[in-house]
Design a protein around this ligand. Sequence first.
Ligand code: ADP
Ligand code: ASP
Ligand code: MG
Length: 337
Amino acid sequence: MKFGGTSVGSAARISATADIIEAASRPTVVVLSAMSGVTNALLAIASGEDDRDAVLDKHLAAARELGVEADTADTLRTILGNAVTPAETVACGELMSTRLMHAVLQKRGIDAVWLDATDFVSVDATGEPDIDAICRNAASVFSAAGEHDVYVTQGFICRDEKGCVATLSRGGSDYTATLLGEALGATEVQIWTDVDGVYTADPRRVNTARCIPGMSYATADTAARRGAKILHPDCIRPAMRGGFAVRVLDSFHPEASGTEISPTAAQAQGFVAVASTVTPAGTVEVSLIGNREGVGTAEVAALLGYEAMQGDGFIYATVDAGFADEAMRMLHNAFIE
Ligand code: ADP
Ligand code: ASP
Ligand code: MG
């Protein structure tokens, strides 16, 4: 179960997320992001801004509200106080959010252990996850921890090939969750977030977007790679290798059925979603994900007034940033069933 920043963004959200964990089947591995806004604040601190006190106070206030200040205050202070390098500083967000959650679960009488993800998630010299090492090290750390109902650990943070603390790319907690799913032989990985599944477009940008109940690995992988920010671009690959389902769920509405990504999910057909990514040049690649007989680059180009290209499982056009949202709406209205 992976919970993103908004799902642990305040004392109230941490409590609601603890309710979801408490109701889940056991044993379960819980992967948490930093409280929302904290990674950005830590990146600013790592580049010289001194606002450590504000970050510490945010966590201490949450601890107080959750009734776990006595168990966590010293640990939270030590985490921030020990961070020296920029990466160690950025890693504090996940270390602190998981300490809070662990204390809350223990206070509820749940058999939960806290594990340090930098002991088993590592990247190679190119910055890509070292899959063999993760499988080996996760198996040994989890078995050394013994049998417990809940294992709480951090998304996003890892070690590099020299053994120094490092991080995956932004939004990397999704990737940590599926990498661990692969390493530990999970039957399902749940990505709990602030929207009730993968939509046909970012619902903040296209108000007619709707939730997609089921997707194949290939379609979800394409959507993630083409910029559907709800999933880290690389997070579907471990699920493909491991053969487990990825379920996207809403921590604000835990009863909603969400999106199932698996070979057996009822799969969306035709054009499934639109997504966008910003290029290094500052333009935006707007993608129409899926395939439909009779619709190709010519139809997309005619609609948008920009040249369109065919990718593997998607059609895209590179547009000016100011036109991107409008282009997404146009593609969505014209081609998504
Ligand atoms: P978390 O902190 O839980 O990882 P993110 O902000 O990374 O959450 O991802 C969730 C957000 O992704 C949603 O609030 C939504 O605005 C955005 N989003 C972008 N594309 C999509 C999509 N196709 N379906 C759903 N949400 C999307
Ligand atoms: N906290 C990290 C980020 O903001 C990782 C994540 O949220 O997935 O990028
Ligand atoms: Mg995310």
